[in-house]
Design a protein around this ligand. Sequence first.
Ligand code: APR
Length: 197
Amino acid sequence: MLGGAGDESRFLVEFALSPSSVLKIQKGDITQWFIDGSSDAIVNAANERMLGGGGVDGAIHRAAGLELKEACYEVPEVQPGVRCPTGEARITLGFKLPASHVIHTVGPIYDADSDPESSLRNAHRNSLRVAKENNIQYIAFPAISCGVYRYPHEEAATIAISTVKEFGIDLKEVHFVLFSDDIYDIWVKKANELVGK
Ligand code: APR
């Protein structure tokens, strides 16, 4: 759950994904999110270098401390300067973050990606796969690619929620933690359409 006083006008909204799995949508700062501090992970909207940056990537690295960058350096490059290709996911510990792990994924740069929809779907699907492989039971996504990478928000919400609906059912809880009112409202609207109460 998120620490600190949230914005009371936008509450946490919950949807059943399966008898043993729930989708939760809330507004807030993902660097404060955690569930149990041992089997929980926040997803970082990283870039392919995976050594930090701006936006939520910058916020996560600032909150986690320098050890996170050191852990990212340990992740082997698969091409010169590339530790995490677009659509793939890598896991590290969370260090000073309240959540125990960070799953770094790279969404598409909307205007530059030959197939942004499948890249964004892969980023969510691979994050969920890496979570399962590492016995993570609780995961929180930001709005991947919806900032610097300029993915249109409605389309991103549809892809994010439909991918979680299909692949998130093996985790206990899948959260979206959204930083702005307008994106929170879009995610809740899409979840009502695609998952329903
Ligand atoms: N908590 C939750 N969400 C956040 C936070 C936060 N603390 N800070 C920003 N966000 C939101 C943004 O408002 C946006 O809706 O995360 C979403 C993703 O925006 P970006 O962080 O810009 O990520 P993205 O669009 O995927 O671009 C990734 O930007 O920061 C660089 O290093 C990063 O090169 C990479 C690129």
